[in-house]
Design a protein around this ligand. Structure first.
Ligand code: SF4
Length: 444
């Protein structure tokens, strides 16, 4: 009988992409999908190591899962537990030490080996080599249908921000070939995709080469977006996550000239204090960031921005924090993510002793979040009463309700008796509740 599997995903969109790929790879290899982890023959946890909370959640799920495994074994049934993703890469030995029932620990660039490992039923082992090229060439053509899809175009990072585990868990920067990405995009479009989100830990550093009339030509992110937009059925292109030092003039111009490239840029700044940015090894200053935003806004007048902020990095004083608030005030973000600093094992920052007191961390986080929420509300309110293009991707929670996204990624809810999924429609924005819009269809 076919073995069943279930993949639980923690963390970012790149993990979601890897989970989708392992799902397709296992189906391609004769496995069938189970309803949930507990009833599966192969339980796969695709882990995240970026913050303490995410990895603790994984360890607690793993503990719970091993009880199911033990119970199954008492009944003479089998369950294999695979731990993949960034925790697997960063602390594989620790995973096996903390839970003896784990069968395989597989790093993000070894996931292509999972079907083989399961079939040969080898002994419990850790597989954490950096095999990017092999990984991406092992995936079968996606059979999944969907309106908004993702493609990992780049993996790893060479920036080595002092707080970040990515350079250690995903390795050096690696860019997939243009041909491979184009073929994947073409297939997704054939399967109904109108929007593609290009993923990479440092996507703006994408670099590959093509041969044009026997001349070797560099393809950066701007050129790649240009090439992909030649697919007629593809209507929207996005990318995430960028580093401010890698946004070049060509990319800004591509945003200006390519209507398929959405006017929304997630550009993490992390802090508004130059002292802290230096300690973080961010390789840009507050002024660089502000100038870049000005330059982009000058060329692309409707561009909106989101960012990430780390609150309470070791050594952050009240004045440093105030500088971050001042920067937020100056830019005006459409939406943002903010987190309390948490030391990640293996990073240079984890060795710094002068941590900020928890009560101060909480206060600063509350302050930054209320400021960012206020800005998001202000930004959203500018859309009220306007007519905007919405790409519908899902059913809503209510009967006959559909959910879509504006070019700025704001969720929009609409009622309709006919199916809207897979359509881009003009919507009149009538109401804003919390952070989502409610609107009315103007055309169909
Ligand atoms: S640029 Fe991003 S992914 Fe790279 S080290 Fe810094 S925070 Fe991590």
């Amino acid at each position: 009988m076919d073995q069943s599997f279930f993949v639980k995903t923690y963390g970012c969109q790149m993990n979601q992409y890897d989970s989708e790929k392992i799902d397709e790879l296992l189906v391609h290899n004769g496995f069938k999908k189970a309803k949930n982890l507990e009833v599966s023959d192969v339980a796969i946890l695709n882990t995240c190591h970026i913050r303490e909370k995410a990895s603790e959640k994984f360890y607690s799920d793993l503990g719970r899962l091993s009880i199911f495994k033990k119970n199954k074994e008492k009944l003479g049934e089998k369950m294999q537990i695979v731990v993949m993703g960034c925790v697997a890469q960063a602390e594989g030995q620790e995973v096996i030490k903390r839970n003896k029932l784990v069968d395989y620990v597989v790093g993000p660039q070894n996931i292509q080996t999972i079907p083989k490992l399961l079939k040969i039923k080898s002994k419990a082992a850790i597989h954490t080599d950096f095999l990017c090229e092999q990984k991406f060439s092992s995936f079968p053509k996606s059979y999944l249908e969907g309106t908004s899809r993702q493609i990992t175009i780049q993996e790893g990072c060479d920036k080595f921000c002092s707080f970040c585990v990515v350079p250690y868990t995903r390795g050096n920067e690696y860019s997939r070939s243009v041909e491979q990405i184009y073929a994947e995009a073409k297939n997704l479009v054939k399967n109904g995709a109108l929007e593609i989100n290009l993923l990479g830990q440092n996507v703006s550093s994408y670099k590959s080469y093509i041969f044009d009339k026997s001349k070797k030509k560099l393809v950066d992110l701007s050129k790649l977006c240009n090439i992909l937009s030649s697919l007629p059925e593809l209507k929207r292109i996005r990318y995430i996550t960028s580093h401010p030092s890698d946004i070049n003039d060509e990319l800004i111009l591509e945003h200006k000239n390519n209507k398929k490239l959405m006017p929304f840029l997630h550009l993490p700044v992390q802090s508004g204090s130059n002292k802290i940015l230096k300690k973080m090894n961010r390789k840009h200053s507050k002024e660089n960031y502000i100038d870049l935003i000005k330059k982009i806004k000058c060329e692309v007048t409707n561009m909106a921005f989101s960012s990430d902020f780390i609150v309470g990095y070791p050594g952050e004083t009240d004045d440093d924090f105030q500088e971050t608030l001042d920067l937020i005030d100056k830019i005006g973000f459409a939406s943002s993510y903010s987190f309390k600093y948490s030391p990640r094992p293996g990073t240079p920052a984890s060795l710094i002793k002068d941590r900020i007191d928890d009560s101060i961390l909480d206060k600063r986080l509350n302050k930054i979040q209320s400021t960012l929420n206020e800005q998001q509300k202000n930004f959203n309110e500018t859309s009220l009463g306007k007519e905007v293009d919405v790409l519908f991707t899902n059913l809503g929670k209510k009967n006959n309700q559909y959910v879509g996204r504006t070019p700025f990624l704001q969720p929009v809810h609409v009622f309709s008796s006919s199916n809207l999924v897979g359509k881009i429609l003009k919507i009149k924005i009538e109401r804003l509740t919390s952070f989502s819009f409610h609107g009315r269809i103007l055309d169909s």
